[in-house]
Design a protein around this ligand. Structure first.
Ligand SMILES: Cc1cc2nc3c(=O)[nH]c(=O)nc-3n(C[C@H](O)[C@H](O)[C@H](O)COP(=O)(O)OP(=O)(O)OC[C@H]3O[C@@H](n4cnc5c(N)ncnc54)[C@H](O)[C@@H]3O)c2cc1C
Length: 382
């Protein structure tokens, strides 16, 4: 493992407490949450009490006023332990930063302290059945009626969709202005006109609630809008860099964990008078994966440090997300092979890691969209 000396002794004390929380409160229950297709709200409150949510929020908004590395530690420890159910990442890494950066003082005071305590759960709704990668084609409309918007439309695949108390809803405030007609409106789930659809059946991330959401003549005060009218697309593009980096952080941890599980398993599993790890094929495949994972760990850590100083660019975030999620999928596939039939049994962490991995090359921007972002930048001045 490379030296990660940007973490201080205080960070490591926090890491120990997160590890304890994960082992005591999350690991023993994850399987039952997978069956239930959601995580109970109680666990959000426990996570809030333990300081695992929105760690970097300023104290005036109920946070610990910590640096973003505390958030990184939470993401890493959940990933190392194979915990995919609680949608803390969307809540802490997307919803809270949007409100902190662009919300009115009233929105910040109302929602951020509750988010830090796990008393309110947030979601971000961009994707629609007919508009995912091409967000400017979204159809959900927010029409002005005095000092309110009237919202009509539909979203899908929304993480925390069943559990959320409010949604940062991307919608068109001007249907003729393309990307410049998109705004973000904080929409409370308690308002009449809001309905949750199905908790969707997925091939992986089974404990995470992922839903369709419906909006019918839903009235929201204009003061619930984040930032300027029509500024939503720009906000999404700015904050998506953080979301993409957090996905890369998760993915590199899973790759490291999968290699460690495989080394341990193959060193113990007997075959042909030796162990599976005695085969040169096993050693060479794992050596290759280990080298590639180390290289991308270095790149990921470099991006973490760039983000800490607010220097991470959307292109760098696209590069790290594209490369690390690709490696993540390759590692879990090649490692699973060494487990033989056990690797196909969901009681084994490698099997769950395999099915959970696939989404990382789609959600938060498909791999092809990452390539488009990188290439557009390369050819911008040509
Ligand atoms: C488990 C899960 C959780 C999610 N959580 C959320 C959430 O909380 N909030 C939210 O808003 N959304 C969420 N999403 C939606 C996710 O971000 C979208 O699925 C993703 O952006 C892709 O959009 P799409 O599904 O409409 O695919 P499409 O846009 O139809 O794309 C399909 C495929 O076409 C190809 N493609 C697309 N664009 C290009 C291009 N420019 N160049 C080349 N090829 C291209 C890619 O291979 C892509 O995978 C979630 C999805 C899942 C499955």
């Amino acid at each position: 493992m490379i030296n990660r000396d940007f973490f201080t002794p205080d960070h490591e004390i926090f890491r120990d407490s997160v590890k304890r929380f994960v082992q005591e409160e999350l690991v023993p229950h994850h399987h039952e949450w997978e069956e239930a297709k959601r995580v109970p709200r109680e666990i959000w409150r426990k996570a809030g009490e333990a300081g695992l949510l929105c760690c970097d929020l300023p104290e005036e908004y109920g946070g610990a006023g910590a640096d973003w590395l505390y958030n990184v530690i939470v993401i890493e420890e959940l990933a190392y332990a194979g915990i995919t159910g609680p949608g803390f990442m969307v809540h802490s890494e997307m919803v809270a930063p949007y409100i902190l950066t662009w919300g009115s003082e009233e929105l910040k005071q109302t929602w951020l302290p509750k988010m830090a305590m796990g008393e309110a759960i947030g979601a971000v709704a961009m994707t629609e059945p007919n508009a995912g990668s091409d967000l400017k084609e979204m159809r959900t409309r927010a029409e002005r009626d005095g000092d309110h918007y009237i919202i009509n439309g539909q979203k899908t695949y929304i993480s925390n969709g069943q559990n959320c108390d409010f949604i940062l809803l991307a919608c068109k405030t001007d249907k003729n202005a393309g990307a410049k007609g998109i705004s973000i409106v904080l929409t409370e789930a308690a308002r009449p006109g809001f309905a949750r659809g199905r908790n969707l059946d997925k091939i992986g991330l089974k404990a995470q609630d992922t839903s369709e959401l419906f909006f019918e003549n839903l009235r929201v005060p204009v003061t619930n809008r984040l930032g300027d009218e029509g500024g939503g697309f720009k906000m999404l593009m700015t904050k998506l860099a953080q979301e993409r980096l957090t996905q890369a952080i998760r993915s590199i941890c899973v790759a490291e964990a999968a290699i460690a599980w495989t080394v341990q398993y193959t060193a113990e599993r007997k075959a042909f008078g030796g162990t599976i790890s005695d085969f040169q094929n096993t050693q060479f495949v794992l050596a290759q994966l280990s080298a590639e994972t180390t290289a991308l760990r270095v790149f990921t850590d470099w991006c973490i440090q760039r983000h800490l100083t607010h220097d991470l660019t959307p292109v760098e975030a696209a590069k790290v997300k594209m490369l690390v999620t690709d490696l993540h999928c390759k590692v879990v596939d090649q490692c699973l092979q060494f487990f033989g039939g056990y690797g196909y049994m969901t009681e084994y962490p490698i099997a769950r890691a395999y099915i959970d991995a696939r989404i990382t090359r789609i959600a938060g921007g498909a791999a092809e969209v990452m390539k488009q972002i990188i290439a557009r930048d390369m050819f911008a001045k040509k």
